[in-house]
Structure formats: structure tokens, C-alpha cells
Write a protein that binds this ligand. Structure first.
Ligand code: NDP
Length: 293
């Protein structure tokens, strides 16, 4: 049961996706705006389509992975009638609202839609360390699950097409927050003349320990509003340590840009009378009523 697959968009990620389907023995049709990027895949047995519509018509399962949703619409709108009866899996990074619009466009042409968030880099595609989050048509996911698992672990989050991009973007923002910490910490030791390679294992282990320790309480507070007992590290104490981060950064010539935003929120929370709470109270400063924006 090797379902034929079409892959539209052969950038770094799309080429990795098409390569994984080929390696698993699926018939693969490809299309890319710059046709030369199809060359290495055609050498491995893929068929090059002349237009996006021809690519869509070639397979029941159509995977799209391009730069953004404007490109997705630009490519799929002219494919029109060719879409009927197929499943479109859009793995382009976008917002939940964009996913809803793309689902509407695809449904309007009589096709089923899955949105997806790729939690992997191209070399990990096709390995067990690749996770792809899906949302949208549960029937389409059930039908094509085995084929999609060629790319890595496939997790379906629900029928609302926006759920995969929501989780994708939330995970990515968590990652970038972590990068802020890793970069600032490394800048501090480098400025002090300490070997960053010696420091790295300590930093890595600390970040993992703190994520595991802090997240359950942050999540419980988010879901229930309960503090889960007295704070072991009250914000008033943490605010005093922030002043030391700034002073040390200044002495060593390290800019505070990456840590200042969190420091400002911690200070405001303390000023608002929440100095006895742990850091999870900062959540209340982040959430605004969307209608007020
Ligand atoms: P690349 O920059 O390597 O490739 C971009 C692709 O989009 C190319 O195929 C490009 O065509 C195509 N494209 C851009 N604009 C248009 C357009 N107007 N019309 C038609 N095609 C267009 O990016 P990636 O492959 O790395 O990323 C693709 C998607 O995958 C992105 O949404 C990205 O966020 C997501 N992703 C990427 C990851 C990564 O680590 N690379 C990880 C997780 C998700 P052309 O070749 O002609 O320029």
C-alpha cells in the first residue's frame, strides 16, 4: 500500500520530505517554482510535474511545504478542479487563522485538508526524532496516517485546522525563549574568559532540570489559577537577583537586551503586590483580552 504522494515546494524542508517518501518506496511527483531543485529527486526516481495543477492531479495525497501561506494560495488557487477528492497536507509555517483560511480554500474545491507543524529540521525528517503535528480532517488523517508516519512521529491534535500551527508556534516561542537564555549565559562566561565549551554541559543540564521543575506549576496555575502551595522562590527574591544579572552584565560588557523584558514584568508583578508568588504569576501580565488589542 504505497500511496502516491505529490510534494509541492522543494526548499530545504520540501526536498527532505520528498526524499523520505522516495526512500520509503512511495511513487513521488514533485513541483518547485525554481525547477532545478527537482533535479536530485528526479535522479532518485521522482516524477517532475510541469505545473502545480499537474502535480496535484498526480496523487491522492498532496503535501505542500513552501515559505508562507501567500505562496500556498498562489499555488493552490489555480489548481482548482484538480484538487477535488484529494487530501492536501500543508506543512508550511503559518498562523492558526491562516490555516483556517487555507482549509476553507481547499474544502471549496472538494478536497480534505490537514494543516501541519514540523517539529524537526530537514536532516531529522524520516527519523524517529522528527515529530509532525497535524490538525484538520480526522478522516484524512486516519486514511493517510501510515504514509505520513514515513516523515516521523505523526500526532493529530483535533479537527480545528488551527491547532497544529498553534502548538507549533507555542513550541517555537518556547524554544526562542530558551535560546535567549542560552545566548545571554554564554555571553557572560565568554566575556569573563571562561571556556564556553566547558560551561555548556552545565548550562544544558540546568535548563533541562529547571524546565522539568517549573513547568508543572506554571501549567497548573494556567489551568486552575491555583498556586500549588507557598512559593519556594518568591518573585521579590528573584527581582533582587535580576539586579545582579544587570550589574554583572554591565561590568563584563554584556548587553541586557535578552533578559530585560522578563525583568520588567517581574518588577511590575512585585510592584502590584505579588512578590510572594513564584514566577508563574507573570502569566497574568501576558494575557490580555484580544478584543482590547
Ligand atoms: P526554503 O527557503 O529552503 O524553501 C522555500 C520554498 O518555498 C522553496 O521551494 C521556494 O521556491 C518556495 N517559495 C517561496 N515563495 C514562493 C512563491 N511565491 N511561489 C512558489 N514557491 C515559493 O525553506 P524551507 O524549505 O526550509 O521551509 C519551508 C517551510 O517549512 C517554511 O514554512 C518553514 O517555516 C517550514 N519549516 C522549515 C524548517 C527548517 O528547519 N528548514 C523546520 C520546520 C518547518 P524556490 O525554490 O523557487 O525559491
Amino acid at each position: 500500500d504505497r500511496t502516491p504522494v505529490t510534494v509541492i515546494g522543494l526548499g530545504r524542508m520540501g526536498s527532505a520530505l520528498a526524499g523520505a517518501f522516495l526512500a520509503a518506496g512511495h511513487p513521488v511527483t514533485v513541483w518547485n517554482r525554481s525547477p532545478e531543485k527537482a533535479g536530485p529527486l528526479v535522479e532518485r526516481g521522482a516524477v517532475r510535474a510541469a505545473t502545480p495543477a499537474e502535480a496535484v492531479a498526480a496523487s491522492p495525497l498532496v503535501v505542500v511545504c513552501v515559505l508562507d501561506y501567500a505562496a500556498v494560495h498562489h499555488l493552490l488557487a489555480p489548481a482548482g478542479a484538480a484538487l477535488a477528492g484529494r487530501t492536501v497536507v500543508n506543512l508550511t509555517n503559518g498562523t492558526p487563522m491562516q490555516a483556517g483560511e487555507a482549509a476553507g480554500l481547499v474544502a471549496g474545491h472538494g478536497a480534505e485538508y490537514l494543516d501541519g507543524g514540523i517539529m524537526a529540521v530537514p536532516p531529522l525528517i524520516g527519523t524517529p526524532r522528527s515529530l509532525i503535528l497535524y490538525s484538520g480532517s480526522p478522516e484524512a488523517f486516519a486514511r493517510h496516517r501510515t504514509t505520513l508516519e514515513v516523515l516521523g512521529t505523526a500526532t493529530h491534535l483535533g479537527s480545528d485546522p488551527g491547532l497544529a500551527p498553534l502548538h507549533d508556534l507555542a513550541l517555537l516561542t518556547g524554544m526562542y525563549g530558551m535560546f535567549s537564555g542560552l545566548l545571554h549565559a554564554t555571553a557572560l562566561v565568554r566575556a569573563a574568559g571562561v571556556g564556553a565549551r566547558d560551561f555548556a554541559p552545565m548550562l544544558s543540564s540546568w535548563i533541562k532540570t529547571m524546565a522539568d521543575a517549573a513547568l508543572p506549576r506554571i501549567a497548573e496555575y494556567a489551568d486552575t489559577g491555583e498556586h500549588g502551595g507557598p512559593a519556594g522562590s518568591p518573585l521579590a527574591m528573584q527581582a533582587a537577583a535580576f539586579a545582579n544579572f544587570l550589574d554583572t552584565g554591565e561590568e563584563l560588557g554584556v548587553r541586557p537586551d535578552l533578559i530585560l523584558p522578563l525583568m520588567r514584568l517581574v518588577e511590575r508583578r512585585v510592584a502590584d503586590g505579588h512578590g510572594d508568588e513564584d514566577i508563574h504569576g507573570v502569566l497574568d501580565l501576558l494575557t490580555t483580552d484580544p478584543k482590547e488589542n
